[in-house]
Design a protein around this ligand. Sequence first.
Ligand SMILES: [Zn+2]
Length: 205
Amino acid sequence: MRGSHLIACHDCDLLQQVPTVPAGGAARCGRCDAVLTRVIPRTFERTAALGLAALILLIVANVFPLLTLEIQGRLTHMSIVAGAWNLWLQGADWLAGLVFVTTLIAPALHVGLLLWVVLPLAGGRRGPAGARAFRWLQSIRPWSMAEVFMLGVLVSMVKLADLAVIVPGIALWAFAALIPVLAASMVTLDAEETWRTLAPEVPEP
Ligand SMILES: [Zn+2]
């Protein structure tokens, strides 16, 4: 349950007593006016819904072709995994590994851990190892770089436009939709409330 508790300001480090904040409200730092905590109504249900949407988009993004190239009448379908595999075959193993980790492994772990944490919470109970999964989620997030990959695809589409006819595939649209959905899931997830629900046995000062 939410009560009066101590929060250190992220911006200026001032430790201050924060009273109970109503749903939809926010508490600001008394010194620098930064937002200390914002209470998002139905945070677990909203995040679970966005997490499930992200899971579907991620599957579509990896199963269907990303791009179709038409060079001299010949059609070539490219998927993310096939692209990384081709880089590997051409000897660019570091690059292939990087593409594989940042566009497949990290987003999959990101979505998986998010659902692991919020699905049980949305159902009103604590799942097994929820606190550990939430800690892992915080450390995996910087490696989930769907937007950087998307930028790279768009740049190569512009560069290749003179050489071949490029038809964006379903995976590209799914990938484009995945970026705002993942970002939204991080906005709707109230980290304070998550920690309070996952680790209620830690006594508050
Ligand atoms: Zn402050």
